[in-house]
Design a protein around this ligand. Structure first.
Ligand SMILES: Cc1cc2nc3c(=O)[nH]c(=O)nc-3n(C[C@H](O)[C@H](O)[C@H](O)COP(=O)(O)OP(=O)(O)OC[C@H]3O[C@@H](n4cnc5c(N)ncnc54)[C@H](O)[C@@H]3O)c2cc1C
Ligand code: FES
Length: 479
């Protein structure tokens, strides 16, 4: 989202500084399955019911416009990013879901989307039916965004991109709650980085989970981790992009390469830190792929996570209720190629003092964490349970485990919970097991060799370095 937002600002003649902690497009966007579609499972019937026609219409328009923005940029800049128009299908998981799929097709069509109900989708065989969206798309997100990044630096406008520049704090222009208040030129925001301070009229926070959290985003969205395989089939992949809206979801799309077409298979989602063995998740995904296809080989595998808001609509707008000049986009719900593109455009419009036409549907303040709906209450009860269960278990346990290579365990030493793991070379790594966000205990992720927090989804490397927020501070090392 950040690259799109920065480019919109640059195109509007603003002086832009894009700050990236690591390398650009190596975050979640570099690991997505990159369907560029306004079809987000069976969302429109829910939006109509829970948010009303106006919000559902705005969601549909924002995401449809995002597809066309990507298509326009690909054409205008002649970007070689495997952009391809394809239909998207959400198929019924079973006969019981058929009515929901039919309803989705009817609601989506009523909102002006290119939707229809099809009895016999190309995948999977024997499906009870699917909702089809015509003229959707897929692309290679890194190839696309790395091209857009090139368009941001501009000597005359003094715009530039700074990689390896981690932001450590944001102070709002008014001294309001974009971050911490302070005494200084109050007409500008201050962005503290590890390499110095940037002052700006506006700050657009595009860090996936916002690195400043005056609105309790941690309690208003939850982290959904899922898995992707790139498999080579002994048959032609089905024509189109496919999705089963269930727990877990299942996703299929073709992926052209110089060495023939691979098929991306995704799913096995769970709340971060609560899914058990991630190796087992990969195994189950391979089994699912083999159930549907004649799989010759699994060429690549990876996993990543996205935040799902309590009411399924992203948060795009002012960072906090008292924030003046700091804006955020987060909670894309697993559909950030279009939601993130739309959010990038909206944030750039906010920064120019405009009111984006879809803004009220995405207003971050629409959910009050104190008076939340059922989903949100359930999420936070779940967090409380994880917190209590893990602390109780660890205080009862306590001896040094004989950790095998590739494994990790939380133990108690001198009353303190420690995260102990052994890498593939046999070296032991020890850090605190207490998540620096709000004190839950981390869980070992055997697939990615990381420590994942079951409460709000922070992830840490084997040595405790933050991989994913909301945590911003590393786990302290302990020996
Ligand atoms: C398995 C999986 C498959 C998916 N498939 C699809 C799909 O097919 N279609 C779709 O539409 N969506 C899909 N999504 C969702 C989509 O990938 C995400 O919504 C989107 O990539 C999120 O983009 P982002 O810009 O918010 O985050 P990111 O791409 O993670 O960008 C955030 C950037 O901020 C940087 N950053 C973080 N902290 C700091 C800091 N302190 N200072 C400076 N920089 C910082 C990070 O390094 C990173 O580069 C999928 C998600 C998953 C998990
Ligand atoms: S992510 Fe919130 S306590 Fe760990």
């Amino acid at each position: 989202m950040g690259v799109t937002a920065a480019l919109h600002c640059a195109e509007a003649g603003r002086e832009v500084v894009l700050l990236e902690a690591d390398r650009v497009v190596e975050g979640v966007t570099g690991k997505t399955t990159a369907k560029v579609t306004a079809q987000h499972g069976l969302i429109y019937a829910d939006l109509l019911e829970n948010h009303g026609r106006d919000a559902a219409q705005k969601y549909a328009e924002a995401n449809s416009a995002a597809i066309e923005e990507v298509a326009r940029r690909v054409e205008e800049r002649d970007i070689d990013c495997d952009f391809q128009r394809l239909p998207a299908y959400t198929y019924a998981a079973d006969a019981d879901q058929r009515r929901a799929v039919e309803r989705e097709a009817s609601v989506a069509e009523g909102l002006g989307l290119p939707a229809s109900y099809v009895e016999d989708p190309p995948f999977p065989g024997g499906s009870p039916g699917a909702v089809k969206f015509d003229e959707q798309a897929q692309f290679h997100p890194r190839k696309y965004l790395l091209d857009l990044v090139e368009a941001i630096p501009d000597e005359e406008a003094e715009s530039d991109v700074f990689e390896q520049t981690k932001v450590t704090g944001i102070e709002d222009a008014s001294g309001g709650s974009g971050g911490t208040a302070g005494s200084r030129d109050e007409s500008l925001c201050r962005v503290e980085t590890e390499r110095g301070t940037v002052t700006a009229e506006n700050v657009l926070v595009a860090t996936h989970f916002p690195i400043e959290d005056p609105s309790f985003y941690f309690a208003r969205q939850f982290p959904k981790r899922s898995y992707v395989l790139a498999v080579r089939l002994a048959e032609e992949p089905p024509e189109g992009m496919f999705y089963r809206d269930a727990e877990p979801y299942f996703s299929v799309r073709p992926h052209p390469t110089d060495d023939g077409t691979l098929t991306l298979v995704g799913g096995q989602n769970h709340k971060t830190g609560q899914g058990g063995s991630t190796e087992a998740r990969y195994r189950r995904l391979v089994e699912q792929a083999r159930d549907h296809f004649d799989v010759e080989s699994v060429e690549y595998r990876w996993s990543t996570q996205d935040f799902v808001s309590a009411d399924d609509v992203p948060f795009v707008g002012k960072l906090g209720p008292k924030t003046e000049s700091v804006y955020v986009g987060t909670g894309f719900g697993g559909w950030g190629m279009t939601n993130g593109t739309a959010a990038g455009r909206m944030l750039a419009e906010f920064a120019q003092g405009k009111s984006p036409r879809w803004a009220d549907a995405f207003d971050p303040q629409r959910i009050d964490p104190g008076a939340a709906g059922t989903d949100l209450v359930t999420e936070n009860v779940n967090v409380g349970k994880e917190f209590t269960k893990d602390w109780a278990k660890t205080l009862l346990g306590g001896v040094d485990p004989d950790v095998a290579p590739g494994e990790g365990e939380v133990i108690r030493r001198d009353g303190k919970p420690l995260a102990v793991s052994r890498d593939d070379e046999g070296d032991i790594h020890v850090t605190s097991a207490v998540c620096t966000h709000m004190g839950c205990l981390v869980h070992w992720n055997d697939g990615e060799q990381s420590w994942d927090c079951p409460c709000h989804g922070s992830r840490f490397s084997i040595d405790g370095e933050v991989l994913d927020g909301p945590a911003v501070e590393d786990l302290p090392g302990r020996r």
